[in-house]
Design a protein around this ligand. Sequence first.
Ligand SMILES: [Mn+2]
Length: 431
Amino acid sequence: MTFAQTYPEHVATLQRGYEAALAAHGFDAVVLCSGTATMKNRFDDQAWPLSPTPAFAHWCPLPEPDAFVVVRPGKQPQLVRTVVDDFWEVPAKAESEHFWPSFELVEVKPGLAGDVLPNSKVAVITRDPGTSPPGTVNPPGLIAALDLLRTRKTAYEIACLVEASRRAAIGHKHAARVFQAGTPSELELHLAYLQASEQDDAAAPYKGIVALGAHTAILHYVAYQRHRISGDTSFLIDAGAKVLGYGSDITRTHVRGTGTGARRFQNLLAHVDAVQQDIVRRIRPGMSYEDLHDDAHHKLAVALRELGIGRGSPAELVERGITRALFPHGLGHSLGICVHDAGMKPRPPRPDNKFLRNTSVIEAGQVFTIEPGVYVIDGLLGPLQADDRRDLLDWSAIADLREFGGIRIEDNVLVEATGIRNLTREAFAAV
Ligand SMILES: [Mn+2]
């Protein structure tokens, strides 16, 4: 199905959802602002590339500043564009033209959008409250209702995410080949990924995490080093691609070499990958995502025990915080327009799961990530070695693994009525 075929139904679904949300929260209209150009530095004249307000992007794949989507019950949505007469620059062309016929198009001169936007009982959703048109700015109840709409993907959104997965899979496969065939630097691997996935840094859904060796244990490492690394080492790449505003978010870990550390790391990598696939297979509508996260800790504990890295019983490894020191982040998060998207955290997680970003009940139409990991992070392992939990880990194994850093395997999963589609593994199999 093409974007042009699925988009009208997407807009009709949004219109119904928005009409219900507006009625429930007492508004006659909502204005969704794309955003205003933000300067990088008040002493310079360059603006950041626009990252549109997610509610705007939900309707319209046009990352253009000072544009507005106006939604009113029973009326065709309007797209109000600010047309700038400027010979220095040209706005980026839309990635696809399919969306234009769904809107009533209105063009205004800079600063004059206020003349055409509705002004009675109107809500305004904006990332720049300081430059907002008149109305009730970012009412929390309405925002929560609109965020929830974003968690149930339409066929159009799924098509966007499938294509975003395909593009990322091409980049991941290429970067893996470059790593195995030579001695690239982190920067070279980052650039190889971007080139193969046909995007620059600014177009990517998030700044790719590209790390070699011990750097792979730094969860959000983006300080790409320029020097080349030879010999036994590991490679973690957490990188996606964006299509019509929708991003994939995929992590793979690789290892090179045959030394003791490399073999140990390869073994652990195979176990984490098996755990990840086990968790994905369990997903069904009606389950609690936090239960999956708890189950991931249990499965990782079993793997650590099997590998001899963990020395207590699996239950002990979980209850005494060993798995949490090795796997400190959440199992995953909502995915779509924002890489850590909103709408799947209706309540805070339990205190021992404090970094978990998804506490929703799993429902058909959701897309989220499943991304277990195991890392040697000295700041988290130090306290275990310092108290009576030191006997629960094989510290010589930890020492072997330290220079290889950490492992994360991350897939993007679509929940269906009777099971799931693993968008990432499908994409890897297809490219
Ligand atoms: Mn992620």
